[in-house]
Design a protein around this ligand. Structure first.
Ligand SMILES: Nc1nc2c(ncn2[C@@H]2O[C@H](COP(=O)(O)OP(=O)(O)OP(=O)(O)O)[C@@H](O)[C@H]2O)c(=O)[nH]1
Ligand SMILES: [Zn+2]
Length: 228
């Protein structure tokens, strides 16, 4: 019971639970801390990968939404895997954090995302497919991310993203985003329609050329964004 004796509206404050050093083999064998938390508002097991940067510099942060298919299996249907690698390589070089958020499928979960893929193969775009499943187009909420950043002492950040909604939500949640740093666009023969829908419908600041590649190798030339 707290000092006032009233526990009914009490919500645990988010705090760092443990910091575990690791070597990241796919980020040049550089060191990072994996950070876990207590008191997260949504009780998910979100994880931060943190590397200290130069004192006085605004840290680079990526809010990476979980994508098992892209991050782990390297599926070419989306651009999540290369974006995660880019973020890990950048923060291990210049300092910062990747918050790995358990928001699979923009918040609808893995099985629903795979159902959405089936609908996309029948002609729907990525946002319409969510609606046909009775779900929101994008159900992500970044409250837990803001709490994690506060617990890490990162309340002033540069955000590695092409998604203005992430910056807007963080600002509303009291995190000062001094800059949106563009993340790479990793175009493959399979993710062109997905990226195009993100740009046209989702408001992402990325450019997708009309002529899409025919291979599933990520291609980043002639795109107007920063790449590795
Ligand atoms: N529902 C659904 N989710 C998807 C689909 N493709 C990828 N995702 C999920 O979308 C999330 C990534 O969101 P994106 O819109 O690709 O990118 P973002 O994180 O908003 O923006 P950036 O910070 O610029 O990368 C991950 O959780 C993926 O699992 C899809 O077709 N349907
Ligand atoms: Zn993905």
């Amino acid at each position: 019971m707290n000092a006032g004796g009233n526990t009914t509206n009490h919500r645990a404050r988010t705090a760092v639970r443990a910091r575990v050093p690791v070597t990241l083999q796919r980020a040049g064998h550089r060191s990072a801390d994996l950070v876990t938390f207590t008191g997260l508002p949504d009780h998910e097991e979100h994880l931060a990968v943190v590397v200290p940067g130069p004192a006085g510099e605004v840290p680079l942060v990526r809010l990476h939404s979980e994508c098992l298919t892209g991050d782990v299996f390297g599926s070419a249907r989306c651009d999540c895997g290369p974006q995660l690698q880019e973020a890990l390589q950048r923060i291990t070089r210049e300092g910062g954090a990747v918050l790995y958020l358990r928001q699979e499928g923009r918040g609808i979960g893995l099985y629903n995302k795979l159902d959405a893929y089936v609908l996309q193969d029948r002609g729907s775009d990525t946002f319409e497919a969510n609606r046909l499943l009775g779900r929101g187009e994008d159900e992500r909420d970044y409250s837990a991310a803001a709490e994690m950043l506060r617990a890490l002492g990162m309340t002033r950040i540069r955000l590695l993203t092409n998604n203005p909604e992430k910056a807007a939500q963080l600002a509303r949640l009291g995190i000062e985003v001094t800059a949106m740093v563009p993340t790479g666009v990793y175009l493959t023969g399979e993710n062109g329609r997905y990226l195009d829908a993100k740009a046209r419908h989702g408001g992402h600041t990325l450019f997708v050329p009309d002529a899409l590649p025919t291979t599933s190798e990520p291609r980043t030339d002639d795109l107007e964004v920063s790449v590795l």
